[in-house]
Design a protein around this ligand. Structure first.
Ligand code: C2E
Ligand code: CA
Ligand code: CA
Length: 648
């Protein structure tokens, strides 16, 4: 610390309004006290001079001072709880500098004028008055150093000159003493003021840091979009607003189809780049539509929009988002194609709380994924009926005696070149005690969603393996596994245990899994598939062509068969698009060295076309609907007799 820094006349820190404000608040709180000290000391001195000095000096002037100081006390007391604007603070502090000077001059002049009227004691009182008052005042003014210094200079300057020239040794010593004390005081005040300034700056930093933390806590660092937490916060507030204003509020949940393999195939940085571009594409549209867009996590995004929304318009916006995301993504390594399924729900139509609104949008998303992958679904009254029905099915499923209520039927897989049955696909049937017959297309997805499909797989697999053991040794068994059966090592081990304990040769078993099951958790799915392959089972990829996963990602799986979905077979003789798809799927599976089964062949016309495309393994109503184990033996009879006859 140097002398210049102590005596530097600092102007208020214009570049830091917060510091200025803190300075002003601390200063204004001390001002009434300063005026009180000033007045009480003044009156103490004035009263000792009443008998010796003229009235205008001993009473008149102090009275004037009292009025002036009283006005200032009232001013500061009134402003106590008000934090003025930056400009007003600056003006007030500048005024303090001027007023400080005026007051210092006035009080010093008054006490010096009083001095000649006193005896030795009274004169010492003047010295005491000036010294003690200036010390108290500069203490109170420490937050406005310029004013404090000005007052010190005026009072002490006068004091030293006045008393040092008085000729009285005591007063000269007092003058020198006061000069030194004031210097010491200024040093202490400078240290105190610096501490104060640092404290304010540190507080500012902490505040800035916590503001930044708050901002970061609400932002998704990858895309810069609001995150899940910010989304739900926004949903709560906009829901309240919509309720108050009788507005409509739409929530959309977006889930990317075919994103998961991107990370596996091209690495996480490609995945991250893709997610950022998804955010940009969606962000542009959402900005135009004034929608709030957030990333909920992973490959899930969501939007909120309010106002007089029309169902069709919002559905169109959802479809537009779908179109934007279908445009290929160019990365340095590859061109990546994905799509997005979107679920939308609108308040007040289908929900009465923010949570319900979100859940319903999520349900609509689930429906999109199941029925219109890559499109938007609006939650409607129909879905409410479905939810009730699904809940009833789930309840019945949880209460069911699965061993007795579940059964298995078998649909033959034909080799159309040899005309022989090469295997059967096991298909679940549920005759519920409570609900009657429920189709697997209904109860399997519900069991999957409820996380209880594993409890169904076990009895079904046991039954199917038990039945298949009685079949001729050339006939294979196909069995459908769910995503959950291969998405954890435990579940897969349970499946393996059943197969091994059944006594059925695993080499005659094909386990069917769908693309969605693999997409769910590619790494574990791959491990599970490898484990199942190790015990000798074949792995068929079911419903091939309906998903959106990259074909290269399938290539790395140790698959043995592909099953082309029946949706491509319907009227293939008249439908060129289906014809082209089946043809390229067949070429692809041939290139991958896999057998192909075409599912759902119902007519001779369909069969004829498929045959010309070179497919030999066919499954469909044309040959047989799924049948019971007893009917299966009858179905096989002619074929098995011929095999028996051959071997004789
Ligand atoms: P999926 O695995 O694709 O099974 C083929 C479905 O197509 C069966 O329906 C079968 O009856 C039907 N199908 C076969 N040929 C034709 C045809 O020519 N025309 C028509 N229209 N349909 C045909 P199902 O038995 O109702 O099973 C539906 C779905 O339920 C199955 O589709 C499968 O995803 C699931 N599922 C059935 N059983 C099981 C099971 O034991 N475990 C698991 N996880 N899922 C099962
Ligand atoms: Ca199947
Ligand atoms: Ca299938």
């Amino acid at each position: 610390m140097n002398l210049r820094s102590i005596f530097a006349i600092t102007s208020p820190p214009d570049d830091n309004p917060e510091l200025l404000r803190a300075q002003y608040l601390a200063f204004s709180r001390q001002m009434p006290m300063m005026y009180f000290i000033l007045l009480s000391s003044t009156w103490a001195l004035a009263l000792t001079y009443v008998s010796t000095a003229p009235v205008w000096l001993s009473l008149g002037t102090p009275l004037l001072f009292t009025l002036m100081c009283g006005a200032r006390i009232t001013f500061w007391l009134r402003k106590r709880h008000i934090v003025p604007e930056f400009a007003e603070i600056s003006a007030n502090l500048r005024r303090v500098n001027i007023l400080g000077t005026v007051i210092a001059v006035a009080f010093t002049a008054w006490s010096c004028t009083l001095y000649p009227y006193g005896d030795a004691f009274q004169k010492s009182h003047v010295a005491f008055y000036m010294a003690i008052t200036v010390i108290s005042c500069i203490f109170c003014m420490m937050h406005v150093r310029s004013a404090a210094l000005m007052v010190t200079a005026i009072v002490n300057g006068t004091f030293v000159v006045f008393f040092a020239t008085s000729g009285h040794l005591t007063l000269v010593a007092t003058a020198i003493n006061i000069l030194l004390v004031c210097f010491g005081m200024l040093v202490v005040l400078k240290i105190n003021y610096d501490n104060f300034e640092q404290m304010v700056l540190a507080q500012q930093k902490t505040e800035a840091l916590s503001n930044e933390n708050l901002r970061l806590a609400n932002i998704d660092s990858l895309t810069g979009l609001p995150n899940r937490r910010a989304f739900f916060h926004h949903l709560e507030t906009s829901f309240k607003l919509a309720q108050q204003n009788d507005d409509r509020l739409a929530v959309g949940v977006i889930d990317l189809d075919g994103f998961k393999p991107v990370n596996d195939l091209y690495g996480h940085s490609a995945g991250d780049r893709l997610l950022r571009e998804v955010a940009e594409r969606l962000g542009e549209l959402c900005d135009q539509r004034n929608m709030f867009l957030a990333r909920l996590g992973g490959d899930e995004f969501a939007f909120i929009t309010s106002g007089q929304i029309n169902d069709n318009e919002i559905l169109n916006d959802g479809n537009k988002m779908g179109c934007l995301l279908r445009i290929p993504f160019e990365t340095p390594d590859a061109t990546i194609m994905i799509s997005a399924s979107i679920g939308i729900a609108v308040y007040p139509n289908v929900a009465s709380t923010p949570d319900e609104l979100f859940d319903r949008a999520d349900y609509a998303l689930y429906q999109s994924k199941r029925e219109h992958r890559g499109n938007s679904t609006l939650f409607t009254a129909r879905h409410i009926v479905e939810i009730h029905r699904d809940a009833r099915i789930e309840q019945a499923l949880r209460k069911a005696d699965l061993d007795t209520e579940l059964s298995v039927v078998y649909q033959p897989i034909q080799d159309v070149t040899s005309g022989e049955t090469v295997g059967f696909e096991a298909l679940a049937r549920w005759d519920s005690k409570l609900l009657g017959a429920v189709t697997p297309s209904q109860f399997i997805p519900i069991a999957e969603r409820a996380g209880i499909v594993g409890t169904l797989t076990k009895p079904l697999l046991k039954k199917a393996l038990g039945a298949a053991k009685t079949w001729p040794g050339t006939i294979r068994l196909s069995f459908n596994l769910s995503a959950q059966d291969i998405n954890s090592a435990e579940a897969t081990l349970a499946v393996i245990a059943i197969i091994v304990n059944s006594g059925f040769d695993p080499r005659r078993l094909d386990l069917e899994i769908t693309e969605t099951a693999i997409i769910h958790d590619t790494r574990q799915a791959r491990k599970s598939v490898e484990m199942l392959r190790k015990i000798g089972c074949g792995i068929s990829l079911d419903d091939f062509g309906t998903g959106y996963s990259s074909l290269t990602s399938l290539h790395s799986l140790p698959l043995t068969k592909l099953k082309i979905d029946r949706s491509f077979v319907r009227n293939i003789q008249d439908d060129t698009a289906s014809y082209n798809i089946v043809r390229s799927l067949l070429t692809l599976s041939r290139e991958m060295g896999l057998d192909t089964i075409v599912e759902g062949v119902e007519t001779e016309a369909e069969l004829a076309v498929i045959k010309t495309l070179g497919c030999t393994l066919i499954q469909g109503y044309l040959f047989s609907k799924p049948m019971s184990d007893e009917s299966l033996h009858a179905f096989l009879k002619p074929a098995s007799t011929s095999v028996d006859q051959l071997s004789v």
